[in-house]
Design a binder for this molecule. Structure first.
Ligand SMILES: [Ca+2]
Ligand SMILES: [Ca+2]
Length: 311
């Protein structure tokens, strides 16, 4: 699919941008108070070089010299493009950590490019803190690891053979749905939250987390709608070009809602994995044209059995 090519906007000559490398091979790119477009990519003219851009500044380094990349957005609506268009942004046989702190504003991570056709295995892991997590892409022993905080949105149209999204250790609500249509293609959207169970179901939910066996109440009263209250939200992941997608609640009693009436571009299988503890699935609409299955789910319904109350 056509990708979001980073667009370089008008220059803002007064800004003091900096991209530096230290003696340990840590590249630091620090934005200004306004919107920055950071790009990390392989040099189009030399595959042995890695480039880091910030809107108007470009630094080129021998890739072997770069051990880590630290990007700080500061104020403004910042975007970090991890652009694999000219090759996989990584260190062969090693891990390349890329850290992104979006700070204030609406901050976004955008993954692009085919990584030279490498077959990538990808994992998004939610942190416990809102808007934070980790995103790894791996081929063999080579790993690109983006750890982020203060991030409001992830757009990930980079091809991957498999993408796994894993919740954190608390109670999560994870919505698996469709994102916007982009260049006439359907996309997927994964929205994740830390939630609490409201009202009389709350105590019971805690009991479940502690591994009690009192487990069948919901089964007997399947029509009951559990009300959830959001405590933290995570950067929604808008995706396409993922062949297999696995969405796992991780630890904790999780709520998984699948309402994906359109097949995201490239998707051939969707698996929901409740993980440990008691997990509930509302499989309202599975993506047509893709296989759909679930494991580790203690209560499944084809209708909504839980709702998220906005405070
Ligand atoms: Ca920012
Ligand atoms: Ca969880």
């Amino acid at each position: 699919m056509r990708s979001h090519v980073p667009c370089i906007d008008a220059l803002e000559p007064r800004r003091l941008l900096s991209i530096t490398i230290d003696s340990h091979g840590v590249v630091r790119a620090t934005g200004g108070p306004d919107a920055d477009n950071f790009v990390v990519r392989i040099d189009a003219d030399n595959p042995d070089n890695l480039q880091v851009h910030d809107t108007v500044v470009v630094q080129t380094y021998a890739a072997s010299r770069v051990k880590a990349i630290v990007v700080q957005g500061r104020g403004g609506d910042d975007r970090l493009f991890v652009d694999n268009s000219f090759g996989f942004v990584a260190r062969a046989g090693k891990k390349l950590p890329i850290t992104f702190a979006g700070d204030g504003g609406f901050d976004q991570i955008i993954l692009l490019g085919t990584a030279g056709g490498a077959e990538l295995t990808e994992q998004h892991t939610l942190a416990n803190k809102a808007n934070a997590g980790a995103l790894s892409n791996r081929t063999g022993n080579t790993t690109q690891l983006v750890t982020y905080a203060g991030t409001d949105s992830i757009i990930d149209f980079a091809p991957a053979a498999k993408m796994t999204v894993v919740g954190n250790s608390t109670t999560n609500l994870i919505n698996v749905t469709n994102g916007p249509v982009v260049t006439d293609q359907n996309t997927g959207l994964i929205e994740a939250f830390n939630v609490k169970v409201r009202g009389d179901a709350k105590k019971k939910d805690k009991d479940d987390d502690q591994g009690d066996e009192d487990d069948d109440d919901h089964g007997k009263h399947g029509a009951r709608i559990v009300q959830l209250v959001k405590s933290e939200a995570f950067a929604p992941i808008n995706f396409a070009n993922k062949t297999a997608v696995v969405v796992s609640g991780g630890k904790g009693s999780d709520f998984l809602d699948v309402n994906m009436p359109n097949q995201p571009l490239g998707l051939s299988s969707l698996v929901i994995d409740g993980g440990k503890a008691k997990d509930r699935l509302a499989a309202r609409a599975a993506p047509p044209g893709a296989s759909f299955s679930f494991v580790g789910i203690e209560q499944a319904s084809s209708q909504a059995t839980f709702t998220l109350d906005e405070l």
